[in-house]
Design a protein. Sequence first.
Length: 152
Amino acid sequence: MKLIATNRKARRDYTILETMEAGIVLVGTEVKSLREARANLQDSFATVDSEELWLHDAHISPYSMGNRFNHEPKRTRKLLMHAREIQRLIGKVKEKGLTLVPLRMYFNDSGKVKVELGLGRGKKSYDKRREIAERDAKRDMRRAMREKERKH
């Protein structure tokens, strides 16, 4: 698996309840650009529209060696999943506050581009602050334990 891009903001802004893998429909210059790892998933999201899955606002830079047939960087791209998986997602997304967020984009072992989607619920600012405080407290405890071990 070769990682192309990650959406680090997604885990900070959303509580990810479930992850799933989807294929993506691309044109030739997009694949070539992705081989150069020129993609950005920040501020992107996925929607279900008429029983099809779509990826919005994912930025794939134009291919550097491309010509006038180069692709549009922020075009809406179709995501590929089984129909029953999409039906299950429709039910989940209709729940209050659940969103489909792309977490990372990668080439799988057979060379196909895949997008890992997370079903997430938006975090409130106080949730984010509490998470940061917990992380800092754990870091301080580990540091204190190391200091204690060094003294003995």
